[in-house]
Ligand binder design. Sequence first.
Ligand code: GCO
Length: 254
Amino acid sequence: MAKLFDLTGRTALVTGSSRGLGRAMAEGLAQAGARVLINGLDAARAEATALALRQAGHQADVAAFDVTDEAQIVATFNRLDAQGTAVDILVNNAGIQLRKPMVELSTAEWQRVIDTNLTSAFVIGREAARRMLPRGHGKIINIGSLMSSLGRATVAPYTAAKGGIKLLTQAMAAEWAASGIQANAIGPGYMLTEMNQALIDNPSFNAWVVGRTPSRRWGRPDELVGTAVYLASAASDYVNGQIVYVDGGMTAIL
Ligand code: GCO
């Protein structure tokens, strides 16, 4: 059974993994045996995270690039090719949030969220798949959200992007499953992260989350690790195009 979840010998690229959910998942994949590539906009912060993982006895390096910059993405994958580093597991986690009513939202603001949260997953997924397809195996894990299936006022671009992540995952399965690639998504619920700090600190929003969530609490970033390792491992070789909500039950009830 342990072998089923063992990632030894695999390399995992986790975008947006200097902190938050991405860092938690990168740590979990490393604990399962993977060599992890820490990505972030801030190279120094990414290096600090990779160093902390190495100090904990794991294999961790940095792949610092802007997930909205196609030239940087392509250059990174070309550099990894030249180094003989194959990305076996891709976690498309990087994302931003922008809370504003649509009638006050500029098109540029909309586009920035879509570019960061959705288009990046396509571009990085395409570059990874171009290398995975000839190898006949690969794992792609796209990070969705409650907003992959539910709407909330004032987060329209994030919601549209995360809804797109769900269906992009299904499109990846449609095109790549026959070649041994499994593409799935994780839909985190309300998690205790920096991105949500303003919500956590808002007494009425906090009360709403606790009351609306069957588990009656926010989730912790480390609570995504089990699902991430599962979707990155042989345990999910016959799972494709699915989204697993790790949300305390929020999407399961009215
Ligand atoms: C919000 C939050 C949510 C969560 C998460 C839920 O403003 O409602 O930011 O979007 O971050 O995505 O799955």
